[in-house]
Write a protein that binds this ligand. Sequence first.
Ligand code: ZN
Length: 474
Amino acid sequence: MKGIRIIQTLAKNTFHNYSCPLIFYHRHLYMPFRKLIKIDNVSDVTRSMYNCIEKMYPICRSITGDGIRKSLVILKNIIPLNIIETKTGTQVYDWKVPDEWNINDAYICNSKGEKIIDFQEMNLHVVNYSDPIHKRITLRKLKQHCYSIPEHPDWIPYRTTYYNRSWGFCLSDNLLNSLPEDEYEVFIDSTLKPGFLTYGEYLIKGESKDEVLIYSHICHPSLCNDNLSGLSVASHLAKQLQQQNLRYSYRFVFGPGTIGSITWLSQNEDIIANIKHGLVIVLVGDANYLTYKKSRNGNSEIDRAVLTALKDHKNTYNILDFTPYGYDERQFCSPGINLPVGRLTRSVEGGYPEYHTSADNLDFIKKESLQESLLVCIDIVNIIENNHYLLNTNPKCEPQLGKRGLYKKTGGSNNVNLNELALLWVLNLSDGSHDLIKIAKKSGLSFHEIYTAAKELYRVGLLTVMNDQEKRSI
Ligand code: ZN
């Protein structure tokens, strides 16, 4: 009797794994493992990322207006973008889309008619969203509208007055302190009137309607790390993904900070349920190491994927828990939205002296940092695309790997690089409660090693991928 049972079990397993034409057909119809995305011409791509920042740097952006439109035209040279405009006054949750702000010119002249501050030379000189003004004022009055940074007397600060109608100038502390008593002509040729809020969006369709959302803000004027680095890395990530055979759909949104993500969310509630993972990509060009801020949940798949990518990258990195302070992750992780969206930066907001000053310029951006940021983003995509819960189809004792060509010592195997330890970890932990990220973590092996082993084990029929129904039943 015992012998018969063994034969029956073998027969059943054999039938299930190798002989059933339906299973065989299904396995070959659905390929859960994607070819890992690699950038072949990484130095060309890095140069392109830096050039993109150089082109956008002189533009005076704000939360609305032509600065965003001009910047989106530059990004449109990299990837196709839909431009979406939302009317001033549109209710977006608790907010209203503000009046559109544009600026042509601004300066301060002394009584001799000499320009001591010129917007054309540096757009940070004007407080963003300043009302138009043209009048002559005393030094004392002028100083009430001037901003500088005494700790860094050569730098010009970046200031805004979005929701409080006012006007002002930003200048170096050295210049401010050198101004003599005089009558000054202040001139700001700006317009603040009903118009639109603008953002750009690009959807790369994958096999599934499930989406990965990438958001970068596009509302700061001549600041490189804070806004331009994120836009450049995210758009080049999109360019790398557009030719790939993807499992998920990827939605890239380039909009103003806070009001942009609030507007996007309020207009896209029907899409929110499809978003399975998300990343805010900002401040990714400075020399500091990468920092990941977890989603509100703190243990979402995107959190685990980014942690794995950073660990495998073998460079210093920093992990932060979620806080309701920062960039657009605040909106995506608000309690009524609660999306699994984390944030990738290098330095964090306010975490470097050059933050929100004229010193956040082209010299502050490092090509090697842009490159590393993009490569880690590609690794994150590779992990998300290939992460599955798997089931060992031969869970009673170890299957004989040699006869399936999976042991190096059995001559004739093509899999000379296959990590046997990885095979054993994947087989052992493919019990329905571990996805590949968890297996990589428990084994201490890289995701790449675990992925390679899982792909081979799946190929020879020793693994199946759990579907959603099976996952729910566990
Ligand atoms: Zn900022």
